[in-house]
Design a protein around this ligand. Structure first.
Ligand code: XMP
Length: 510
């Protein structure tokens, strides 16, 4: 399989670059700029290298630099933004600080003939985000594009197949960004389109059938997308030798535990051991109001229940996890970067000694995981579900968690989701749910006084969940949800809508 290496200099778009390449059916992987040598790159046999952007200036002492050997391997390189500057600098060119303002945002680009710009308009729009710029080209290079402020908006050494662009072809604001990346990976690097999810599934199934032959494999199923897809993939490979322990802590959304069990277990045949541990969890959570304490209790109780179940199964040879690619990518921002240790279900047992860890999705981005899930026959409403926190509804019940409050919240949340799901707005909202407050207030129904709980509805728009904007969903949806919640659920007398963004708030209330 042909591979492209994305060498990461700390740019915010590093994952996007790899995803763009993969969406062309060419496998791309990200490595920090200082964690792979020229010899390793050669040995792995990458067909091309992309240097990402980054926040630094090449002349700063602490800036990431690249070993010249990498540029002399004879493998095509495309430098983007900082990657373009670092290429010029390393090969003897000059980079100078941008005059006063630099260039930011949509900018008119004038290109000249180059394989990189084959079949794209001579004048187009590109996305710029830089202060420094290449002012003197390295030997053997020519400028192949300019803007009104930047003479070397792109450069090439065609003979050595080295290319640099000051702008960002990976973002959609660059009019011909996709074509430029395609020209690089296909025309310049000569890659074939051989990264396909069907092949990935087939190869993975074959591989795990071989590697896990005769082995007993344990998987912690949370009901979330990643662990469900991992379970389904391994189920294809080893069938009933895969034991999926599904710890139902009782804090899932309404009917969710049953839905997961029915869909994956009964309909798709995955070997699921469901542990109904609601009483255990609620017992441990009784009287606890402090958010962090709730999370810790749920995390450690989860491990206890999981371990107990695992022990009942006797000797286990391997533990499977739904780790995905963004969980394992190291950042290229500095020497101190470490791999995140990722646990899908609120922390997996570190005390259990597994000789073998199986992570069938560790090469995939989230959208690829979803594609695999659908291809494996998992219904799309399960695969495209909104994110749900590991500690579940516990972080959406303010104050003490009781069974009564849990039931009220499940019903209110189901109504709100159902109402928003009926509308077109749903497509643009990333997460939407209800929160049960600890505050009670007076109401009136018929001629009687009521005194019940308050529910807050929350809906946010976001791409990365690091920041989020409260969603301007139509008043009619809020009105319908509010009417239904107060009419259908005895015990809730008031509904409010959360109009805080993140920051300063977080998405969840606890
Ligand atoms: P916050 O509240 O931090 O949430 O703005 C950002 C995103 O993360 C989810 N979230 C969690 N997911 N375990 C998880 O697996 C957790 O403990 C947890 N806390 C928050 C939240 O639902 C949102 O999508």
């Amino acid at each position: 399989m042909d591979k492209i290496l994305v060498l990461d200099f700390g740019g915010q778009y590093n994952q996007l670059i790899a995803r763009r390449v993969r969406s062309e059916h060419v496998y791309a992987e990200i490595k920090p700029y200082n964690k792979i040598s020229a010899a390793e790159i050669k040995a792995i046999g990458y067909k091309g290298i992309i240097f990402t952007g980054g926040p630094n200036s090449v002349y700063e002492e602490t800036s990431p630099h690249v070993n010249r050997d990498i540029l002399e391997l004879g493998i095509p390189v495309l430098g983007i933004c900082y990657g373009h500057q670092v290429m010029a600098y390393t090969l003897g060119g000059t980079v100078t600080p941008g005059y006063e303002k630099g260039e930011y945002g949509k900018t008119t680009l004038y290109t000249s003939g180059s394989p990189l710009f084959k079949d794209i308009a001579k004048i187009s729009i590109c996305w710029m985000s830089h202060r420094d710029m290449v002012s003197n080209l390295p030997e053997g290079f020519v400028s192949i594009a300019k803007t009104d402020r930047c003479d070397v908006a792109a450069m090439e050494n065609r003979e050595k197949r080295l290319y640099g662009v000051q702008f960002h072809p990976e973002v959609t604001h660059t009019e011909f960004g996709t074509e430029i990346l395609r020209n690089f990976i296909f025309k310049i690097c000569g890659c074939s389109k051989d990264w396909r999810m069907d092949d990935f599934i087939e190869q993975s199934v074959e591989r795990y059938r071989r590697e896990l032959d005769g082995k007993k494999v344990l998987l912690a199923l949370s009901g979330g997308v990643d662990s469900s897809v991992a379970a389904m993939l391994l189920h294809r490979a080893i069938g009933s030798s895969l034991y999926c322990v599904f710890v139902d802590h009782g804090l899932l959304r309404k009917n969710e535990g049953d839905y997961v069990e029915k869909t994956l277990g009964e309909e798709l045949g995955v070997n699921i051991i469901r542990v109904n541990a609601k009483d255990r969890f609620l017992g441990k959570l009784a009287g606890v109001t402090e958010p962090e304490k709730k999370r810790k209790i749920i995390g450690s109780e989860f491990i206890h229940v999981f371990e107990e179940e695992a022990r009942k199964l006797g000797k286990i040879d391997a533990l499977a996890q739904g780790t995905i690619y963004p969980d394992v990518i190291e950042s290229g921002k500095g020497d101190s970067a470490v791999i995140k240790s990722h646990h899908n279900v609120g922390g997996l047992p570190s005390v259990m000694d597994f000789k073998m860890i199986v992570e069938p999705l560790r090469e995939l981005f989230k959208d690829e995981v979803r594609e695999v899930g659908v291809k494996l026959g998992i219904p799309s409403d399960l695969v495209y579900r909104q994110p749900f926190p590991g500690p579940g509804l516990a972080v959406r019940i303010i104050g003490e968690i009781t069974e009564e409050k849990l039931d009220l919240l499940k019903d209110a949340d189901a109504i709100f989701r159902e109402e928003l799901d009926k509308t077109a707005e749903r497509a643009s909202v990333a997460q939407y749910f209800a929160v049960l407050l600890d505050t009670r207030s007076v109401g009136v129904m018929g001629d009687s006084r009521t005194y019940g709980y308050t529910v807050a509805l929350r809906a946010v728009k976001t791409d990365d969940f690091m920041t989020a904007e409260w969603a301007r969903i139509p008043f009619e949806v809020l009105e319908r949800a509010s009417n239904r919640i107060t009419n259908e659920i005895k015990g809730i007398t008031r509904v409010v809508y959360d109009i805080t963004s993140k920051p300063p708030a977080t998405v969840e209330w606890e």
